[in-house]
Design a protein around this ligand. Structure first.
Ligand code: TMP
Ligand code: ASP
Length: 243
């Protein structure tokens, strides 16, 4: 397998084609960190490495638990090879504890537990600032083909939540909320895609309550990479113990 020409550059990753296959893409994690729709930017040494390892461990674990994703294999410290998919333009957010934008919107204190996980859709469009979108609006904008696809996304997101909550629980971390993206493969099958990292999750240390995710950067809390590294080390230990 050989990395070929660059197809796309996003805020956190670059996507390349793979010379031997039309079905695969080569994903490279960057060291850049952005927030608020790219308004706030920084470069952080090792960020790409931590996120590549974290997402690879999580996709592999999810696969073991029956959740198919685009992930094939990690090919270096900052690169993975994935199934090529057409990304569905919805960010699927699952919340276990209220924090971030939904806490702010309804003026509910951050950290308030939810009786059941909340699934929300946001429309993936940077120029619109990724707005919250209703099921009917998602269909109006043809983000999905039909209401059945929306329920598949919700169902899959809730299944992923159960598995992720458990793995983070095992390493002493509360999974507050996270964002998933899904894509369609060449057969039209819905696959979990993109990444699952401290950029896309809220992770609070069970003992100390410390934030171990991108909120440290968004809110100028400092020690951003120290906490990403801690998440990576704990997941690596988990993976080694559960081979
Ligand atoms: P929010 O509370 O800002 O809506 O974020 C909910 C979760 O989604 C949180 O874990 C961070 C993640 N997220 C992304 O991965 N990308 C984004 O663009 C945003 C706004 C949130
Ligand atoms: N993902 C968005 C950005 O990088 C927003 C965020 O995560 O705060 O700009």
């Amino acid at each position: 397998m050989v990395k070929s020409e660059q197809l796309y550059e996003g805020k956190a990753k670059k996507i390349y084609s793979v010379s031997s296959s039309d079905d695969l893409v080569w994903v490279e994690f960057k060291n850049s960190l952005t927030a608020f729709n790219g308004e706030k930017k920084a470069e952080m040494i090792n960020k790409g490495r931590f996120n590549c390892h974290i997402t690879s461990i999580l996709f592999k674990w999810l696969e073991k638990k029956g959740i198919n994703s685009h992930f094939h294999e990690r090919v270096s410290d900052i690169e993975m090879v994935c199934q090529k998919v057409k990304i569905i333009p919805l960010e699927v957010v699952v919340r276990n504890i209220l924090a971030g934008s939904t806490a702010k919107k309804f003026r509910i204190e951050e950290g308030s537990p939810l009786e059941q996980p909340l699934v929300e859709f946001y429309y993936k469009d940077d120029s619109l600032g990724d707005p919250f979108i209703s099921d009917e609006q998602a269909i109006m904008l043809k983000a999905v083909n039909n209401v059945e696809q929306l329920s598949v996304l919700k169902q899959k997101a809730l299944e992923v939540n159960i598995i992720l909550k458990k793995i983070f629980e095992d390493i002493g971390i509360d999974l507050i909320d996270f964002k998933l993206e899904f894509g369609l493969d060449s057969k039209g099958e819905i696959l979990l895609a993109d990444e699952i990292t401290p950029d896309t999750c809220r992770l609070w240390d069970k003992k100390t309550g410390e934030r171990m995710d991108k909120d440290r950067f968004r809110r100028d809390m400092g020690q951003v990479m120290e906490f990403y590294e801690d998440v990576f080390q704990r997941l690596k230990t988990f993976e080694e113990k559960n081979k």
